[in-house]
Design a protein around this ligand. Structure first.
Ligand code: SF4
Length: 223
């Protein structure tokens, strides 16, 4: 891809890709969790997988985080509505810079926030297509957006794993999606791959299961 950006310009246009999550490999892109659609409703439901949302807590506790994620939300939604290809290029420019810095070609979408529209998912797919040597993982509660996207555009590129999250703690994986995630209580058996992070300093370490096409369901222990 031709280098048409400075890092500053790419961040200003598209929102900022971060490498600050030291518990996870590579880069991530977060938007305000205050704009989650399905998640916003689930956050009010006791026992749902959004009922203990760490991102909302962090936004309440730290105004600078709130401002950064809100800025990312505004920049991403605006540029995606005006010029999704430009947004994808500006994001991929940052993802590639981050990969050079960290040596890890892994990117996570939405360590806070969630998909806002089919158009946003389409723009993320463009970003994945522009960075074929980067593995992308997108966890989402927006099963409806994912279904509509697939009905319109077909399957996702092989370097993008979209994991649709179960609604309630203790639920089975949601059906109709190739990649899913669940949350299990201590006394419950995990469905599929149990996330080992809690046994290794709350970090991914060598595990890359969330990004793997070969792992249909990842189950996170409730903590
Ligand atoms: S399953 Fe593996 S890759 Fe996913 S969050 Fe847990 S440790 Fe990280």
């Amino acid at each position: 891809m031709t280098n048409l950006f400075t890092l500053k310009a790419a961040k200003e246009q598209a929102g900022e890709v971060s490498t600050r999550n030291s518990k996870m490999p590579g880069s991530s892109f977060a938007i305000s969790a205050k704009h989650c659609q399905v998640g916003g409703k689930l956050a009010q439901v006791a026992g749902s997988t959004c009922s203990r949302c760490y991102a909302l807590k962090l936004q309440k506790m730290r105004p600078s985080v709130d401002m950064g994620w809100t800025n990312n939300y505004m920049k991403a939604t605006r540029l995606i509505s005006e010029n999704p290809a430009q947004w994808a290029r500006a994001i991929v420019f940052q993802i590639n810079k981050a990969a050079e810095k960290t040596g890890e070609r892994f990117h996570r979408w939405f360590d806070s926030g969630d998909l806002q529209s089919v158009d946003m998912l389409r723009a993320i797919v463009m970003a994945a297509e522009l960075s074929p040597d980067v593995a992308h993982w997108l966890p989402t509660r927006e099963a409806g957006i994912v279904k509509k996207y697939r009905a319109t555009y077909g399957e996702f590129p092989s370097n993008l794993v979209v994991r649709v999250s179960a609604t309630m703690i203790g639920d089975k994986p949601i059906s109709g999606h190739a990649h899913t995630s669940t949350v299990h209580r201590k006394a419950e058996s995990p469905a599929g791959h149990a996330c080992p992070a809690s046994q290794q300093g709350n970090a991914c370490g060598a595990c890359r299961a969330c990004w793997s096409h070969d792992v249909p369901n990842v189950s996170y222990p409730l903590h």
